[in-house]
Every structure is written in C-alpha cells, then in structure tokens.
Design a protein around this ligand. Structure first.
Ligand SMILES: [Fe+2]
Length: 195
C-alpha cells in the first residue's frame, strides 16, 4: 500500500508526525482530495500534540503583529498538498482572491470571517471580473471546515474583524496551473494573476 507521512519541518522541534487521517493515523492518502481534507483538518485541529507544537505558541506573537501572516507551512514532498497555519491579528483581512487549487480551512483560535463571491461576468474579458457577494460567515472551530474549489469556485476574502487574535489551519491541494491564484479588486472590476 502506498503511504506517505506528512512530517513537520521545524528545525527547533523534535521529529514527529501529524495525525491527519481518521482511518489511518499519521498517514496521508496518496494525492489527497478535498473530500479527504475535511476529516484530516477536523482531526488535526483537535490533536493536542499539533496544537501544542504549532498553535498555542503563536498566541503571544499574534498579540504583537499588525497584519496576518502564514506562521507555518509544510509542502508535501510531491506538492500534492500544503498545510499552512495562519495568524490573524484583530482587524486583519486578505484581499479578495482565489486559488489555483482546492483548499480547506478551520478556525482554531477565535473567529474567522469569510466573505464568498461569485463571478457575475462570463470571464471572457482579460483583467476584468465583476463580482457578486454570495455569503458572509464566521468560522470558529466548532463551525466545521470551509472549503473552496479552484479559481471561480472559491473567490473569497478571509479575515478577523474581532478584537482578539485568531488562528486558522489550512490545507491546499496541488496547483492546477503556474499561478498561485488570482487577486480581485471589485472597486474597478479588476482581476490579475497572483504569482
Ligand atoms: Fe484563500
């Protein structure tokens, strides 16, 4: 059976493996799909070892920083998935964007606000995108996993409008193209590639 273990790469921590799969602890299925990502993330954000090594230690810094950042990233060796931990200080938010892969995230600390959009144009004009807001939801750990499909299937803005720091854990699938995704500016109906 083909098995791959997702290991963290922090030099300062002892070697360990994460428990990412509900049926086979410590093992990621080959080429995980978005459907695989949901139980993986659900389990990971309740794994005491993962929380101790990769989440609780970020809380102090989350009080000091002014903008969101990716505090930890692990790309699987064949780039079939990428695990990332985001820190969101109060008031921080991304621009509106999409991804060239599937993605899933779960709030672990605090509350993450997500605004989701869809294209209101047919995508035929270069650098032009008219967006329509679909919904706006707050995600805490108890609210489950938010998922996006590649490109137009997951246009969103993510942030933390609360007064307390927030932390979220994200899992992304393999890129479907050369770019990381696209950034949108609805004030001028503009879209561009994000390298
Ligand atoms: Fe995103």
């Amino acid at each position: 059976m083909s098995e791959r273990v997702l290991e963290h790469g922090l030099d300062t921590k002892p070697e360990m493996t994460f428990t990412l799969d509900t049926t086979a602890p410590n093992v990621l299925p080959p080429d995980p799909t978005l459907r695989d990502a949901i139980p993986m993330l659900s389990r990971l954000v309740r794994d005491p070892e993962f929380l101790q090594s990769h989440v609780w230690s970020l809380l102090e810094e989350a009080e000091r920083v002014e903008d969101w950042y990716v505090a930890y990233r692990h790309d699987d060796s064949d780039r079939s998935c990428s695990l990332q931990v985001f820190v969101w200080p109060p008031g921080s938010a991304t621009s509106i964007h999409d991804h060239s892969s599937w993605g899933a995230f779960c709030g672990v600390v605090g509350s993450i606000l997500e605004e989701r959009y869809e294209r209101a144009d047919d995508g035929s004009l270069p650098e032009y995108a008219r967006l329509k807001k679909l919904w706006r939801l707050e995600w805490t750990r108890e609210d489950g996993i938010s998922t996006v499909q590649p490109y137009d299937g997951g246009i969103h803005r993510v942030g933390n409008p609360t007064q307390e720091p927030a932390i979220s854990v994200h899992l992304y699938g393999p890129r479907l193209g050369e770019i990381d995704g696209r950034d949108y500016d609805p004030s001028r109906d503009y879209v561009c590639d994000r390298l």
